[in-house]
Design a binder for this molecule. Structure first.
Ligand code: AFP
Length: 300
C-alpha cells in the first residue's frame, strides 16, 4: 500500500512541501462534510463577478485559515478573494494559488466538483504556470480523489475516511489520444477558429462530454483522453476560466501526464500573468488534438 507521504518522499520533495500538500489535501474531509449544510447560494459576487455559492465561501475561509496558521505559505491568491493575501509570519516562502471549490454551480445537482491548488517554490503568485513546483486537485465523486504532480508524472490517491490516509489509486497517468470533447460557451458567440475546431471534431467522429465542472472534465480527459475547451468568444475574447486558479494548475498536471494546454496560439503555461484574476481561452487535453487545434488557429 502506498501512502501519499511515502510517494512524495520518494519523489525527493522537501519536508515543507510534503507538509503543505498533506495539510491542504487533508482538509477535504471537512470540506466534504460541509456540503450537507451549505447547498445554497450567497448574495455575494466573487472577483470575477460570479455569484458565490455557500460552499465557495466556506471552503475559501476554511483553507485560508488553515494555510495561514500553518506558517508554510508566504503568499496566497484565491479565486474567491479580490486581493492577494500575504502571511508575514510564515517560516516558508511558498506562494499558493487556489480555486477552493471549482464547479460550484453543480453543488445543487450533486455532480462532481473539486478543489484546485498550485504551489510555487518562492516569490509571487504572479508567475507563469511552467514555474509551478507542484499542483494538485481533489475531486468529490463517489470517492474523494487527489491527483497530484510534483514534476515527476501524475498519480492519483483515494481518501480512506476510516484510516484518514490517501492511498495510491493509480500510478502514472498518461493522457490517451481519445476522441471526446467538451466545450463551454454559447454557439452564437463562438469565433471562427473555434467553429472550425468543432467542425474538425464532428468530421472525425468525436463524442461530446461536458459537465460544467472544469476539474471533473479534466479528470475525465486524464483517464479517457480528448479535450476540454472554454474558448474566447465575440463577447468575451478572454474566455471565462482563470489563468492562475484553473488553467495553470490543471495545465501543469495534464502536461506532466503527456498532454498539452493552449489558448489556441501559445502554451498557456508560458503566459506571464499581469493580475490575479486574469482569464484565458483554454484548450486542454491530448497532445495530438491540441497540436491540431493550434494548426487550425494558425490558418484561420
Ligand atoms: P467555479 O465554480 O470555480 O466558478 O468554476 C466554474 C467554471 O469556471 C469551470 O469549472 C467550468 O468548466 C465552467 O466554469 C462552466 O461554465 P459554464 O457554466 O458557462 O458552462
Amino acid at each position: 500500500m502506498v501512502f501519499l507521504r511515502k510517494y512524495l518522499e520518494s519523489c525527493g520533495c522537501e519536508p515543507e512541501l510534503i507538509a503543505l500538500i498533506r495539510l491542504v489535501s487533508r482538509q477535504m474531509g471537512a470540506i466534504r462534510k460541509a456540503f450537507l449544510e451549505n447547498q445554497m447560494y450567497e448574495n455575494t459576487l466573487n472577483a470575477s463577478g460570479e455569484l458565490q455559492a455557500q460552499m465557495d465561501t466556506w471552503a475559501d475561509n476554511h483553507l485560508i485559515r488553515v494555510v495561514g496558521e500553518s506558517g508554510l505559505v508566504r503568499e496566497l491568491a484565491s479565486e474567491e478573494q479580490e486581493e492577494i493575501i500575504r502571511f508575514e509570519n510564515s517560516r516558508c516562502e511558498y506562494a499558493m494559488v487556489m480555486d477552493p471549490l471549482d464547479g460550484s454551480s453543480l453543488i445543487s445537482t450533486n455532480l462532481a466538483v473539486g478543489t484546485i491548488v498550485g504551489i510555487f517554490e518562492k516569490g509571487s503568485v504572479l508567475q507563469p504556470g511552467s514555474k509551478l513546483r507542484a499542483a494538485f486537485y481533489t475531486i468529490f465523486g463517489p470517492l474523494t480523489v487527489l491527483v497530484v504532480s510534483v514534476g515527476k508524472g501524475v498519480q492519483s490517491f483515494a481518501w480512506d475516511p476510516e484510516t484518514e490516509h490517501y492511498l495510491l489509486l493509480r500510478d502514472r497517468f498518461c493522457v490517451p489520444e481519445g476522441s471526446q470533447y467538451g466545450t463551454g460557451g454559447v454557439r452564437k458567440d463562438w469565433l471562427p477558429a473555434h467553429l472550425k475546431v468543432l467542425e474538425y471534431f464532428d468530421q472525425n467522429g468525436f463524442k461530446i462530454r461536458y459537465s460544467g465542472s472544469f476539474v471533473a472534465d479534466c479528470h475525465q480527459l486524464l483517464v479517457y483522453g480528448g479535450i476540454y475547451t472554454y474558448p474566447g468568444s465575440m463577447k468575451k475574447p478572454e474566455g471565462k476560466l482563470r489563468l492562475l486558479f484553473e488553467a495553470n494548475p490543471l495545465g501543469f498536471i495534464i502536461t506532466q501526464a503527456g498532454g498539452r494546454i493552449t489558448d489556441g496560439k501559445q502554451n498557456i503555461l508560458d503566459i506571464m500573468p499581469e493580475k490575479p484574476h486574469q482569464k484565458t481561452p483554454i484548450y486542454i487535453g491530448s497532445k495530438g488534438i491540441i497540436d491540431t487545434i493550434e494548426k487550425i488557429y494558425s490558418t484561420t
